[in-house]
Ligand binder design. Sequence first.
Ligand code: GAR
Length: 207
Amino acid sequence: MTVRRKVAVLISGRGSNMQSLVRACAAPDYPAEIVLVLSNRADAAGLDFAREAGIATAVISHKDFPDRASFDAAMDAEIRRHGADLICLAGFMRLLDSAIIEAWRDRMINIHPSLLPSFRGLKTHERALEAGVKLAGCSVHFVRPDVDTGPIIAQAAVPVLPDDTPDSLAARVLEQEHLIYPMALRMVAEGRVRVEGDRAIVEAPVE
Ligand code: GAR
């Protein structure tokens, strides 16, 4: 029988990566289930998808809290109330304080639309095009206090084409995001990812 890790997915908007995780979790042998989709924005489109999929949702707006620490604490409490023991950031666009990041060390993962450590932060596709790189991509990594840093679990690369715009490049990268995030969560949920220093070591599945 598959033991399923309980996952909270944090979003701020469209939620297409969250949707790819929900779809993966529908497979009977997938080692994780989503127990909560939490958004800091009530108008996040992804919330409707989650509700229709029968997943518990919550909205905790950063605007209702005086500082980052109290906002993080409210999210942490809600995540634990749902019994989650892994957190997936999926287009969650608020910075988190180091307290919540350390509390979930090696149990909080993020997807970022660049080949880290290149192009951390916002406007990754614009900056990749400006830099003239010939490969772009996406990374899934354990979260550390510095933004878009942490041991890299999985990456995928795509070509940058001569007539790319930020939108066309983003769309090509997003297709890969939807493949590698469920793959990376599977590896983590199966306990196959070990952290050594700044590196994540992935072990082969047991046959
Ligand atoms: C995704 O491309 C994700 O990698 C990016 O936001 C998008 C969210 O789309 N995340 C970041 O830039 C975080 N630094 P989605 O809501 O459709 O998953």
